[in-house]
Design a protein around this ligand. Structure first.
Ligand code: NA7
Length: 867
């Protein structure tokens, strides 16, 4: 019997959207025995594939992979007809899935959810639909897609055109007959690039208005490639497993070929192979470094431009079609069928809006700065308010009535892209902060849905009924998402990944670029660590294990993984000679660091014989004297030499514009404490006395060092003060060893697994100084008198056992009246900041170090630019 209209329906879960994600979510929730209602404003299933019916609409991930994997029988029953299926075929597939699993009975079509309010006392969501009906549910799940909210035409006069208007994202179901018409297409993203060749077949005259030229490669569409089908048929489970644990959601071995070092033949061969294959992940994997290193990216980009120039007959049009304002891949590249060749047709014309911007849309056409065009039809292929548009547009209000739109005013904030603090029991499928649009969506969707289903099952099993991320966990994830983006070239582009296509939208990198595999691992880890970073409540009590799931910089984590995989023997088990040999060997293939003006080697007189030094003079037109930095390498007083810190010295020199003199001091165990410290002091005295000959400015002398090198640099400052000179203007101490107490919390936290271990630090101390000497301020400068020392910049790295002694030294210096800048190397280890051109996230820290040097030398020349 029907309920009276005044009693709202109540479901365990409400899902919005009946596309790939909504359908699978419904399937999984039903499996859990939950009552579910799915709403969709469309007239049928399909989501994005229901609406995007423009001519030529296809997926751009091979269809064999752009498919559900949860139902092995379904996989047997459905065969894709093409490598890249058309929209009608994909829609048929989703209808087939819905029918096969009888999903339609829980879906209400043509129903828009107009608002959702969290009801705290009732621990439920109150959902209102278009007709004013209210529905209540415990769990509210948005399966609204990333590219579902069309961007409104932000062009002057857009409403005035009297002819036919089409949006690729809302193409008429009955199709559009453009035969014999004068047609304008605005926009050359994937929708434009896919539809333009087909529109050109009908139109009498086609004019394409291009704001940004786009990279596109031929799809080489046809039947699904035999090789891939063989792989799938050979072992479907293994194939799907490989997809789930791949970077992008399609099985692919990431290359380790670097564009910058590969030979021309290898470059060409790899590029042509990817071009022939016609797959996005292939062309994004020509070189390992194309996504992070501009010169490598330029190689791929230029090869694509060559192809465009070869395809387009008119040189001026060809040049206008060549993308030059963004790195390849940083805006979504496209797959096309005859796109560039379309411009060779006599009735097709390209208008470059960079040369003649649209002034306004008129009643009968388009007016640019130079021309007036008359049209019968205008097609807007202008894209979407991607990733957040559908979410913030849905009027969702969480605890205390705060809306998602308000909370995300400065950009989205999520935990794992799945939930957001203040919105209990509110889940987003493929939300911002998840791999989503950078991955094969179907693989990411299944992962998200499975995670949510497992979570709801766990809650039920534990007698819990609400779940919500903590502020700390969410902030940590947001940071991680940005950190992952920041080491790539992606944030440099004005893309919809950055929200840059929608006027006024905050510029934030929206998707998670760390990889489907890394993401899956993080999500699994959160669940197995008692839902780390989530607060859960219910009759079973309140539970919260707060924390941040990923706080290491992503490239540091990659280096750690690489080093661990090498299975090197722990240094402390080796002799000093073998440890030195190992250190030299591991440094062999690293990048050299930036160019500097001049590098010269020499020797200086030390207290007991000559000490080698290497002098770095910055490049640049300024030949005059520069401030001088005397630098001491790291290596626990046992390891290291002028070569070991060479890239770091180059980097410091190039960034700061100072002359850097790196001095090698005597090493233990051959010569023990206090030799290294005395050598350092002697080096400073010598540099001060010879400042002019070294190209320095007398009186502008700082010391710098890393680790044990920072130890001797700090000691040299104390000795110089005690000796009444030389005058040192500043001390730059990177991850300094300043105390012999190995029991600080950072030793507990980071003493194992981050290259510099507690055991290794003990080995260093044992080689360097007798236990009786380890309290001497010349060994442990933290224990000395700190008054009257030069201003300091101390860098403390999060994952360094020495972190806390560095911080303690900063505090103690401050207490003694010394100006101190304490820089945090967030997410770094003891060694990672020194890995120039390997660990990209170290660059901002080194920039801060260079800035600190600049502060020591207020009158210095402006530094040469190093990115
Ligand atoms: P996209 O990729 O956002 O492309 C939209 C295109 O429309 C792009 O070339 C835009 O230029 C252009 N555009 C947007 N607004 C304007 C205005 N006001 N004037 C001129 N040109 C404009 O959307 P698509 O639908 O093509 O593809 C979306 C995704 O769907 C795609 O990446 C695949 O993943 C599937 P811009 O580049 O912003 O200068």
């Amino acid at each position: 019997m029907d309920k009276p209209a005044s009693v709202p329906d109540r479901f365990d879960a409400v899902v919005v959207g009946a596309g790939f994600s909504g359908l699978y979510m419904l399937y999984r929730l039903r499996q859990l025995g939950l009552s579910v209602k799915v709403f969709d404003s469309a007239g049928d299933v399909g989501g994005t594939w229901y609406w995007n019916r423009y001519p030529g609409a296809r997926c751009d991930i091979p269809t064999t992979d752009y498919t559900y994997s949860f139902d092995p029988e379904l996989e047997k029953e459905w065969t894709w007809s093409e490598k890249y299926a058309t929209q009608p075929e994909i829609l048929d597939y989703l209808r087939f899935v819905a029918d096969r699993h009888g999903l339609r009975s829980d879906i209400e079509f043509s129903t828009t959810v107009t608002s959702a309010r969290w009801d705290e006392p009732g621990k439920q969501w109150r959902i209102t639909t278009g007709g004013g009906r209210e529905v209540r549910c415990r769990y509210y799940i948005m399966a609204t897609g990333c590219l579902s909210m069309p961007k409104s035409p932000d062009i002057d006069g857009a409403g005035r055109f009297a002819g036919q208007v089409y949006f690729t994202s809302r193409w008429p179901h009955e199709g559009a007959d453009l035969t014999g018409q004068r047609v304008a297409v605005i926009g050359t993203g994937s929708s434009g690039i896919q539809s333009i060749p087909l529109i050109a077949r009908q139109a009498r005259q086609l004019t394409v208005f291009q704001r940004t030229a786009n990279f596109s490669i031929p799809a080489h569409n046809g039947p699904p490639p035999a090789g891939r089908l063989q792989q799938l048929d050979g072992d479907r489970d293994a194939y799907r497993h490989a997809a789930r644990w791949s970077r992008g959601g399609v099985p692919l071995e990431p290359t380790d070929v670097l564009g910058v070092t590969a030979s021309e033949a290898v470059r060409r061969e790899r590029f042509e192979a990817a071009w022939e294959q016609g797959e996005l992940f292939g062309i994004l994997n020509v070189f390992a470094d194309q996504g992070v290193n501009p010169p490598s990216n330029d190689i791929v980009a230029e090869m694509i431009r060559e192809k465009i120039r070869a395809a387009v007959e008119d040189p001026e049009t060809a040049e206008a079609l060549c993308p030059k304002d963004h790195y390849f891949g940083t805006k979504r590249p496209c797959l096309d069928t005859g796109y560039f060749e379309t411009y060779n047709l006599p009735h097709v014309r390209l208008v470059d809006l960079r040369k003649q911007p649209i002034v306004s849309i008129t009643e009968d056409g388009i007016e640019t700065a130079d021309e007036s065009f008359g049209f019968d039809a205008i097609v807007y292929a202008t894209g979407f308010d991607a990733m957040t548009g559908a979410l913030v547009g849905a009027d969702v209000a969480g605890r205390d009535g705060v809306s998602l739109r308000e909370k995300w005013a400065a950009g989205p904030s999520t935990y794992l892209g799945l939930m957001t603090a203040g919105f209990p029991n509110f889940f987003m499928l493929t939300g911002p902060g998840s791999p989503s649009v950078l991955s094969n969506m179907t693989v990411s969707i299944e992962q998200h849905v499975d995670w949510v289903a497992r979570c709801l099952e766990d809650l039920r099993d534990e007698g819990l009924e609400t779940i919500e991320p903590t502020a700390q966990a969410e902030a940590g994830w947001d940071q991680h998402v940005q950190d992952c983006g920041a080491i790539t070239l992606y944030p440099t582009a004005n893309s919809w990944y950055m929200g840059a296509n929608v006027p006024g939208k905050p510029r934030v990198f929206l998707p998670y670029i760390g990889g489907v595999d890394a993401y899956r691992q993080a999500c699994d880890e959160v669940a197995t660590r008692d839902y780390l970073g989530f607060r859960m409540t219910g009759p079973g009590g309140t539970r919260c294990r707060d924390g941040v799931v990923r706080s290491m910089q992503p490239d540091v984590a990659m280096v750690m993984e690489f080093v661990n995989a090498l299975g090197l023997p722990p240094m402390e088990t080796l002799s000093a000679a073998d440890a030195r040999a190992l250190m030299t060997a591991t440094a062999e293939n690293r990048p050299p660091g930036p160019e500097v003006g001049k590098v010269t080697d020499g020797v200086i007189p030390g207290p007991d014989g000559d000490l080698p030094y290497r002098l770095y003079r910055p490049a640049g037109p300024f030949e005059g004297p520069r401030p001088l930095v005397v630098y001491f390498h790291g290596g626990g007083w046992v390891l290291g030499n002028l070569d070991s810190d060479d890239p770091l010295c180059r980097d410091l020199c190039a960034r700061s514009g100072a002359v850097v003199v790196s001095v090698n001091y005597r090493h233990a165990p051959e010569v023990r404490f206090p030799a290294a410290a005395l050598d350092a002091f002697a080096a400073v005295q010598w540099a001060d006395a010879n400042a002019i000959e070294l190209g320095g400015i007398p009186g502008q002398l700082a010391v710098a060092g890393w680790s044990a090198g920072a130890n001797v640099a700090a000691v040299a400052c104390q000795l110089a003060r005690d000796a009444g000179g030389p005058h040192i203007t500043g001390q730059l101490l990177l991850c300094p060893a300043v105390d012999s107490d190995l029991t600080r919390p950072s030793y507990e936290e980071n003493g194992d697994g981050y290259i510099l271990t507690t055991a290794l630090m003990r080995w260093f101390w044992d080689h360097y100084a007798d236990p009786a000497d380890r309290g001497d301020p010349r060994a442990a400068p933290l224990r000395g008198d700190l008054a009257g020392l030069p201003p300091a910049c101390i860098v403390a790295a999060d994952f360094d056992p020495l972190r806390d002694e560095g911080v303690a030294y900063a505090r103690a210096l401050e207490a003694a009246g010394v100006p101190v800048r304490l820089a945090r190397a967030r997410g770094h280890t003891h060694t990672s900041v020194t890995m120039v051109d390997v660990v990209i996230s170290g660059a901002p820290v080194r920039a801060e170090m260079a800035a600190a040097l600049g502060d020591f030398f207020p009158a210095a020349e402006p530094p040469a630019h190093v990115s």
